[in-house]
Design a protein around this ligand. Structure first.
Ligand code: NAD
Ligand code: DAU
Length: 338
């Protein structure tokens, strides 16, 4: 732990800081900068949980509210030096059931924050995804770079792509001090059990089989959440204004490989279920700009097995965190016949 003053001021507003990646970010930032005051703005949707911030010191304040609420956002932005924007509707399957909240939160919410940044001059970092680039074929030698054209497939990724375009337009047109990061698939503690890895872990812990969409050949580029957040801090500390950085840890695995590893670690079985409509085939990130310019390297790196073992252990130990909503999540999937 270091105790140097933060290079981005004394007060940071973190949107979506009660969600999976945001709460892990708040934990990491308070460890690295014990003096930093953090205000979390989070609507506590089904995906947010105030308990994710339990145990954090008195420097962290949770304000429950929506990022589309102009008055509240303006008031909080006036108090903050930097804003780190994680808040989003984040699950592809939900965006196929009902895209509407994705448009409100991911587009209107980002717009509302950008207008506040324009007024108050905050340092702004926008957290985005590799899904804005669409997908690659399984045998394509290419990876996504910062220059890859945008080609989103789902309502979720289309709204994230739109939010990235808004940030770039506010940089170019109004000169705001913003950076963007596009990251690959995260895993680790506190991830909502609707997502692939925690869904399978909690399936096995509740006596259900793990569920693999389609043929399971789809590839995702996995990164531990702490490595993602360490990269976000590196960009806040040393990133160039107006730049975009890809974040990834060379963690490509097919879904079949991942589910087989989970079954091996936990002792369980899986079954194939109906595929996701429009299912992206493969994501793969080229993070050489981040590594070369900012000297960032992942801690977990390619030791995916160790990261998964830690994640399985966390869900085993923290059953109370997820067991109350497991059945409801599975009912939602059944309604969608997956
Ligand atoms: P999450 O769904 O776990 O958390 C999202 C948080 O945002 C929740 O706490 C929720 O309550 C809050 N929120 C939602 N709508 C809101 C609104 N209108 N106003 C205020 N708060 C609101 O998501 P996550 O997986 O932690 O993702 C965080 C960010 O990282 C998102 O922007 C996502 O696009 C991006 N991202 C995620 C991944 C991944 O693998 N999970 C990878 C790359 C990028
Ligand atoms: O790539 C970054 C993105 O990763 C983020 O922007 C999103 O917020 C995040 O949700 C994630 O999107 P995916 O759609 O890739 O993640 P998900 O966990 O939903 O699914 C991962 C893969 O596993 C995908 O190919 C679908 C498959 N899958 C998913 C579920 C829930 C299954 O095979 N079975 C399942 O039960």
């Amino acid at each position: 732990m270091t105790s140097q003053p933060s290079p981005f001021g004394t007060t940071m507003l973190v949107t979506g800081g009660a969600g999976f990646i945001g709460s892990n970010f708040v934990r990491l930032a308070t460890q690295r900068y014990p003096e930093l005051r953090i205000i979390v703005l989070d609507a506590l949707t089904y995906a947010g949980n105030a308990d994710n911030l339990a145990g954090l010191d008195s420097n962290v304040e949770l304000v429950v509210g929506r990022i589309e609420d102009e008055g509240n956002v303006d008031k909080l932005a006036a108090k903050a030096d930097a804003i780190v924007h994680f808040a989003a509707e984040s699950h592809n399957d939900n965006s196929l059931r009902d895209p509407s909240p994705f448009v409100h939160t991911n587009l209107v919410g980002t717009f509302t924050l950008l207008e506040a940044v324009r007024k108050h001059g905050n340092r702004f970092h926008h957290v985005s995804t590799d899904e804005v680039f669409g997908d690659l074929t399984l045998d394509d030698p290419a990876r996504f770079t910062e220059e890859t054209p945008y080609r989103p497939s789902s309502p979720y990724s289309a709204t994230k792509a739109g939010s990235d375009h808004l940030v770039r337009a506010w940089v170019r047109s109004f000169g705001i001090n913003a950076t963007i990061s596009n990251c690959s698939n995260n895993y680790g503690p506190y991830q909502h059990i609707e997502k692939f890895i925690p869904r399978q872990i909690t399936n096995l812990l509740t006596g259900r089989p793990a569920k693999l969409y389609g043929d399971g050949a789809n590839v995702r580029d996995w990164i531990h959440v702490d490595d993602h957040n360490d990269a976000v801090l590196a960009i806040l500390e040393r990133g160039r204004p107006g730049e975009t950085y890809n974040i990834g840890a060379n963690g490509e695995h097919s879904n079949k490989e991942v589910i087989e590893l989970i079954c091996e670690l936990m002792g369980g079985t899986y079954k194939h279920v109906a595929d996701r409509p429009g299912h992206d085939r493969r994501y793969a990130m080229d993070a050489s700009k981040l590594r070369g310019e900012l000297g960032w390297t992942p801690h977990y790196g390619q030791d995916f097995r160790a990261g998964l073992e830690q994640t399985v252990a966390w869900y085993r130990t923290n059953e109370a965190w997820w067991c109350g909503h497991k059945e409801a999540v599975e009912q939602g999937y059944r309604a969608q016949a997956q």
